[in-house]
Design a protein around this ligand. Structure first.
Ligand SMILES: C[S@@+](CC[C@H](N)C(=O)[O-])C[C@H]1O[C@@H](n2cnc3c(N)ncnc32)[C@H](O)[C@@H]1O
Length: 166
């Protein structure tokens, strides 16, 4: 599962998870939108939730946008591809610990790998982060349940179980 990131560069470089992924050779960073390959774009504003059906379509490339949350408005997601939102999951990073939906770039990419039944790839991505394993532990049950769904509407039905408990 190839991971690509459009790097906006407006967030704290010391905390940037995309830069760390690049350093560990786990993702390719692009400074120009034209260089970003076609793939599944992880976009919190997308209308459709990511599901295993997207992997079944043969989409083996994941794309994220690394920028500050202040600039992550819908218009910023101009990448060419199939745009999908991640369902309810909670962040494990120290900035947004326990907060649903607000994942770092590495958490978003790892979550997508788990939903596509590539838990091994998710572990590789999270390896360089102190709190990486915590992300998988905190979200163990929802990630497993989402990966067992057949399409986006089933994923949303599972998500509703968690939202009802919020
Ligand atoms: C806004 S950036 C913040 C990155 C942060 N500066 C870092 O160092 O990781 C996080 C990116 O991860 C992806 N992402 C995060 N939460 C998501 C969600 N709920 N659904 C889809 N994509 C999400 C998006 O590509 C989003 O732009």
């Amino acid at each position: 599962m190839e991971c690509h990131v459009y790097y906006e560069g407006d967030d704290d470089p010391d905390k940037c998870t995309a830069r760390r992924l690049e350093r560990f050779d786990e993702a390719v960073l692009h400074r120009s939108m034209r260089q970003v390959p076609y793939g599944v774009v992880l976009n919190p504003h997308a209308e459709q939730a990511l599901s295993p059906a997207d992997a079944a379509e043969g989409l083996e490339t994941l794309v994220a946008l690394d920028c500050s949350w202040e600039s992550a408005e819908a218009a910023a997601f101009r990448m060419n591809g199939v745009h999908r939102a991640l369902p309810f999951l909670v962040a494990a990073n120290p900035v947004n610990y326990g907060r649903p939906f607000r994942l770092t770039t590495v958490e978003a990419l790892a979550a997508a790998c788990c939903i596509f039944d590539r838990y091994d790839r998710a572990e590789e991505l999270l390896e360089p982060f102190r709190w990486g394993e915590t992300f998988l532990t905190l979200n163990e049950e929802p990630l497993r349940r989402y990966s067992e769904c057949s399409d986006s509407s089933e994923v949303v039905a599972v998500q509703d179980d968690y939202l009802a408990g919020e």
